[in-house]
Ligand binder design. Structure first.
Ligand code: ASP
Length: 570
């Protein structure tokens, strides 16, 4: 029972199942006993109706229902099950408190929007499977009970009862298995893989999530990108009917950082950051002069048509720039009259060149940040996103994907005072930079790439190391000595000694892709049984305490007898 309207005489009942909704009309003049029975029906009752389908009178046609031109005249009604009054309306699209939705997920899933999301996710995965199958990929499952794979998060551990004192780790990704499948001659592998990362939960993360994970032998980065973007295009077309223009744009990490202040630029709109240091040299303006003298620069952003932005608005953006680490924000309205602190100092000619450089035109608002180049881009990149949202500059319903390539191989970990892998430690260094791995680790680029969509990172991949000595050099560079490398990754190093082919791959986040394609606000809306931001399953009540007997069997003693956090709020 979806909903019912009792008009005194007639009772209109909408029945819902997984195929949709249909109307049944109970008319006392036709069958008073059935009508009497129908009066007992309430929302979410489960019934079987037998009857005749007839065309509705023209004035009763409901264009909002797929079945709005017909209705059912019942001949028999059977009540199969009753329902308590549900804690929220299923039939209406109104906002419901998410804690309640998660607690009663099986009711939430009945709502048409959630049904649509689950079906979209199904079509997404089916399109991906069909595409990869046609491309010669083989779906192979890899274990969930395994040992740690370093993807940069904490592991979930599972104690082993049969080997007391030892633990499995749930995989952070199937990374090492898929590489070993390449050594195993599989050639083209994929898997819709569940990954587990025990991270401090940020707003839109799940401790377990799904990746479309793939790996290929005898390929270069370009080959992996080509298959992956065609796969994404097939998935987008199968789910929302849009066509992505291929090949996708590619920009290097350095370009992305300079032009968008982000390694996952939102390319649905322009407003790229430009370097204006040379155009502003010699200007009598202390903040710019000082930055340029110190080897810094001035970077600029043109906000379309915003020359007349209010002082309040500009002050708020200045505040944001400061919070993002800038000393200040210099603005210039380029309308008929120049506005802003530089208006007396800049000739029209120079303003025109600035606008041209920033891809703007007269009437735009130029925002400028002086300082260290990357830092200036970072600040303007933040403003770019904020302003685009505020001024509605993001075209709705658009999908803009791109590859970001050539990430740095290593990152300096300030806390631990050592280099660590920016992606994971199996990523191939760019051969052009390899000789600097020991002397200048920070300057080595990786053969890695990220796929970004609408400002989200969908996933990343790389060409992998397939030779033992290179892998060992990399371990050394990140402070894993030979002994530890043998202990932790001996199986991989050994495998590389038996003719491992060159290989590379990628993994994309299924939840995130589904979320973007469904236009959903949260990952939780495209996962049937998600966890809250605190990692709790509110329906099952997980995580939970366990029976002391179970702990005993595992040889585990708790230091604290009870749960430290009992609050499972969303
Ligand atoms: N295993 C990587 C990840 O989960 C993806 C890859 O390199 O294929 O991010």
């Amino acid at each position: 029972m979806h909903q019912t309207r009792d008009l005194g005489g007639l009772i209109f009942v909408e029945l819902r199942d997984w195929t949709g909704v249909v109307q049944v009309v109970f008319n006392p003049a036709v069958d008073s006993r059935l009508h009497e029975q129908a009066r007992e029906l309430r929302s979410e009752f489960v019934v079987a109706v037998r009857g005749r389908v007839r065309r509705r009178a023209p004035e009763n046609v409901n264009p909002r229902l797929a079945t709005g031109e017909v209705e059912v005249v019942p001949e028999a009604l059977e009540l199969l099950n009753r329902s308590k009054t549900p804690p929220f309306y299923i039939a209406e699209g109104n906002e419901v408190d998410e804690t309640l939705r998660l607690r009663y997920r099986y009711l939430d899933l009945r709502r048409p929007a959630m049904q649509a999301n689950l079906r979209l996710r199904h079509r997404l995965l089916k399109a991906i499977r069909d595409f990869l199958d046609a491309e010669g990929f083989v779906e192979v499952e890899t274990p969930d009970l395994t040992r740690s794979t370093p993807e940069g998060a904490r592991d979930f551990l599972v104690p082993s009862r049969t080997n007391p004192g030892t633990f499995y780790a749930l995989p952070q990704s199937p990374q090492l298995f898929k590489q070993l499948l390449m050594v195993g001659g599989v050639g083209r592998y994929y898997q819709i893989a569940r990954c587990f990362r025990d991270e401090d939960l940020r707003a839109d993360r799940q401790p377990e999530f799904t990746q479309i994970d793939l790996e290929m032998s005898f390929v270069e980065a370009e080959d992996v990108q080509d298959v992956t973007e065609r796969m994404l295009a097939a998935a987008v077309e199968a789910t929302v009917g849009e066509r992505l223009a291929l090949p996708l744009p590619r920009l290097t990490w350095a370009e992305a950082m300079d032009r968008y202040g982000s390694d996952k630029p939102d390319l649905r709109f322009g407003m790229a950051v430009a370097d204006a240091g040379d155009l502003l040299a010699g200007l009598d303006f202390a903040p710019f002069r000082q930055a340029l003298e110190r080897g810094g620069t001035v970077r600029a952003l043109a906000v379309p048509g915003a020359a007349g932005a209010s002082r309040r608005q500009i002050d708020a953006w200045t505040e944001l720039a400061r919070k993002a680490g800038a000393a200040g924000l210099v603005w210039l309205g380029t309308g008929e009259e120049l506005r802003g602190p530089l208006r007396e100092r800049l000739e029209r000619e120079r303003v025109a060149r600035l606008l041209e450089r920033a891809g703007g035109r007269p009437g735009d608002l130029l925002l400028m940040v002086a300082g260290e180049p990357r830092q200036a881009s970072l600040v303007l990149g933040r403003l770019r996103l904020q302003i685009a949202a505020e001024l509605d500059l993001v075209p709705p319903g658009r999908f803009a994907a791109a590859w970001v390539t050539d990430f740095p191989l290593l990152e300096w970990n300030e806390e631990e005072g050592r280099w660590e892998a920016a992606h994971h430690p199996f990523t191939m260094p760019n051969p052009e930079d390899l000789e600097r791995l020991e002397s200048d680790p920070g300057s080595v680029r990786a053969l890695s790439y990220d796929l970004v969509l609408n400002g989200y990172e969908l996933g990343s991949g790389s060409i992998r190391i397939h030779r033992r000595e290179v892998q060992q050099r990399l371990f050394r560079a990140i402070g894993i000595d030979e002994e530890r490398a043998r202990q932790r990754f001996g199986f991989l190093l050994e495998a590389f000694e038996y003719g491992a082919p060159p290989h590379g791959g990628v993994a994309l986040g299924v939840d995130r892709i589904a979320m973007i394609l469904a236009g959903a606000a949260s990952l939780r809306d495209v996962i049937a049984f998600p966890k809250t931001a605190r990692g709790a399953d509110l329906m099952m009540g997980a995580p939970s305490e366990v029976d002391p007997g179970q702990l005993e069997e595992l040889g585990i003693a708790l230091r604290r007898p009870g749960p430290i956090v009992a609050d499972h709020g969303a």
